[in-house]
Design a protein around this ligand. Structure first.
Ligand code: AMP
Length: 139
């Protein structure tokens, strides 16, 4: 995987405002916040997209995310928030080291503003798709 700005932050080569660190996970303030308290949570493991993460690192991120959210809520006073995780250029990923955004939502037009254009799930297609996905996962 190519070296990214987040690898440099992990190595201490460039500064950041660190919020949290354990053996597997690191969190710091986003340099271009969408709202006050916008925080990035990254694995120490070098992986570009979330599907490439080891189970161990995925579990470590999952364990700490709610705690970080609670801290961000308490400190910012915003009781609503989004968690955003982009994978790939078209999906709005700019830094190719896995990261989870925690973005406080203090007001309707603040924080993450999402365009959402829902389709309609056909029941037959849905059954086929769910079965194919289950088979692929091995569940
Ligand atoms: P994404 O579009 O999901 O890849 O988001 C990348 C995020 O990284 C953006 O929100 C940037 O503001 C943030 N970012 C880029 N460089 C830095 C940096 N040096 N320190 C903190 N955040 C950064």
């Amino acid at each position: 995987m190519a070296d990214t700005i987040f690898s440099k932050i992990l190595r201490g080569d460039i500064p950041c405002h660190k919020v949290y660190e354990d053996d597997l996970v690191f969190a710091f303030l986003d340099i271009g916040p969408l709202s006050y308290g916008h925080t990035l949570v990254i694995p120490k493991e070098e992986a570009a997209t979330v599907d490439q993460l080891s189970d161990e690192t995925a579990a470590a991120i999952g364990r700490v995310l709610p705690r970080l959210c609670r801290a961000i809520k308490a400190v910012t006073g915003a009781d609503q928030f989004n968690i955003l995780q982009n994978n790939g250029l078209m999906a709005h990923q700019a830094v190719f080291h896995v990261h989870f955004h925690i973005i406080p939502k203090p007001g309707v037009s603040e924080g993450l503003v999402i365009e959402w254009a829902p389709g309609k799930l056909d029941p037959t297609e849905g059954a086929k798709l769910a079965a194919a996905l289950s088979a692929e996962i091995g569940a």
